[in-house]
Design a binder for this molecule. Sequence first.
Ligand SMILES: NC(=O)c1ccc[n+]([C@@H]2O[C@H](COP(=O)([O-])OP(=O)(O)OC[C@H]3O[C@@H](n4cnc5c(N)ncnc54)[C@H](OP(=O)(O)O)[C@@H]3O)[C@@H](O)[C@H]2O)c1
Length: 254
Amino acid sequence: MEWSEKVVLITGASSGIGRGFAVEFARRGAAVGLLARRADALAEVVEEIEAAGGRAIALPADVTDADAVRFAACALRQKFGYIDLLIANAGVGGTTYAADLCEKEVAELIKVNVIGVVNSVTAVIPHMIERGTGQLVAISSLAAYRGLPKSAAYCASKAGVSALFESLRIDLMGTGVAVTIIHPGFIKTPLTAGRSHMPYLMELDGAVKKMVHAIEKRKKSYSFPWQLANIVRACMLLPIPLYDWIAARNSFRE
Ligand SMILES: NC(=O)c1ccc[n+]([C@@H]2O[C@H](COP(=O)([O-])OP(=O)(O)OC[C@H]3O[C@@H](n4cnc5c(N)ncnc54)[C@H](OP(=O)(O)O)[C@@H]3O)[C@@H](O)[C@H]2O)c1
């Protein structure tokens, strides 16, 4: 992959994983468009990238606003000519409990984590297909594989994103547009700050490097770290009563 020719749109680039991607792609020579709501935080990332000799523009927008995301993608294309890599990363976490499930809160989370991804894809996909090249990357989660305790909305949103991208991958066969679904375990970011019981917790830099490698290889799906990914896969084979018993006792979740 020739990074100096890449133009990347990264959503959720103002902190955590998105910010890590932005800095790493720019360091490799790519031009990066940084989308998130906080303009001041984006300006800081742009400054850091430019100070190191990289190319970046801030695209303040809310992923739940389809027009705003489309406008941001247009601005990036106007500046650098095209977009050939989308990292649909913007997302929020949240604890939910069955007894006091709030439909408004669930809808809000789904709107950011699923509809936000849809808005990001629709803003770039027609041009990628027209150019006959491109790559769509979704940052899902190991929480997509099975329902986890106190995480109904989050697990539903990530399962939704993974299924969405799997369908897109099949639809886009033969178009030149690759689709990569990434399922990370726990990574040290503001989203996980202050949370306890996070097995195989990863440092941000190491996790970003692993994900960039999977993107370079145009992997269809990448779940990591391998230890937690294997535990989650094994959980999928368990009979339901056994899974419920184990899950209720080990609240491993993002
Ligand atoms: N950290 C983990 O352990 C982990 C594990 C698996 C998956 N993930 C996934 O990785 C992604 C990034 O998480 P993170 O850990 O890096 O969290 P983070 O540090 O909290 O970053 C979340 C990013 O999403 C942006 N965002 C949130 N709502 C938005 C909206 N409505 N419109 C535009 N941008 C929005 C935030 O920017 P603004 O607030 O400026 O808008 C921020 O840049 C999420 O999808 C998360 O579910 C994280």
